[in-house]
Design a protein around this ligand. Structure first.
Ligand SMILES: Cc1cc2nc3c(=O)[nH]c(=O)nc-3n(C[C@H](O)[C@H](O)[C@H](O)COP(=O)(O)O)c2cc1C
Length: 218
């Protein structure tokens, strides 16, 4: 080891000790989600009556079955023969990815495999919005448009259609939450450049909205 590398190690080692959260996705394991319970849930009209935004969350985590059901309701595959989903998308582009930010780290929902793929072993919940409750909610969904899937759409169309697609998914999540007595709020108040950077998104991926989910604070 030469003098330069010794000096570099002196700088980096304390940083690693101070910042144990600077870890890669390799330390997170993929999560196989549970089969969605499609016979569960309250009648649609009652759920619509109860749908609302809530901003006070308990820090209690979501059980795996609840998380699995919610992601499937949001944008899961409901017709395996065609790969189509619980929410519509223009030209069936399916351009919205759902990232799931938890205390353990950041995951990507893979709807086809019904799994969560590790992205970052870091708690980025506080970065998902500009309101204080976002760091308390056990789950923050981050909706990301992948413009590379949107064929020959113009830039305006990419923004418009991906925003619309996000709305359908978000409303599915709202309805599932209303059915299950969960608190949720969809959010546009986000420092997008900062969040996109920490998520290491490509330039043709854009954060559209985020949505906090958890049990209501008592
Ligand atoms: C596109 C969009 C962006 C929103 N952004 C935020 C937000 O950043 N923070 C927040 O607390 N609520 C946000 N909301 C929630 C609205 O404030 C809420 O839906 C509205 O007040 C109506 O309340 P309700 O959902 O209970 O009917 C947003 C809603 C939409 C549709």
């Amino acid at each position: 080891m030469n003098i330069r590398s010794v000096q570099a190690a002196r700088l980096v080692l304390p940083l690693l000790l101070i910042c144990p959260t600077l870890t890669s996705a390799q330390e997170l394991k993929p999560i196989q989600l549970l089969e969605p319970q499609i016979d569960s849930g309250r009648p649609l009209m009652q759920v619509l009556k109860d749908r609302k935004s809530s901003r006070a969350f308990s820090t209690e985590g979501l059980p795996m079955q609840v998380l699995s059901n919610m992601l499937w309701a949001g944008f899961g595959v409901n017709r395996p023969e065609s790969g189509k989903r619980t929410a519509p998308s223009a030209m069936n582009w399916q351009e919205i990815d759902i990232f799931v930010a938890t205390a353990d780290g950041l995951y990507l929902f893979d709807a086809k495999a019904h799994t969560l793929k590790p992205v970052l072993a870091e708690d980025i919940r506080a970065m998902t919005g500009l309101q204080p409750f976002v760091q308390e909610a056990p789950v923050n969904l981050i909706y990301v448009a992948d413009f590379s899937r949107m064929g020959t759409a113009t830039d305006d169309q990419k923004v418009f259609y991906s925003a619309a697609a996000t709305g359908f998914i978000s409303q599915n999540v709202y309805l599932y939450c209303a059915s299950e007595g969960l608190a949720t709020v969809v959010r546009g108040l986000i420092d997008r450049p900062a969040l996109e950077k920490v998520m290491r998104l490509r330039p043709d991926q854009r954060v559209t909205l985020a949505q906090s989910v958890g049990y209501p604070r008592k």
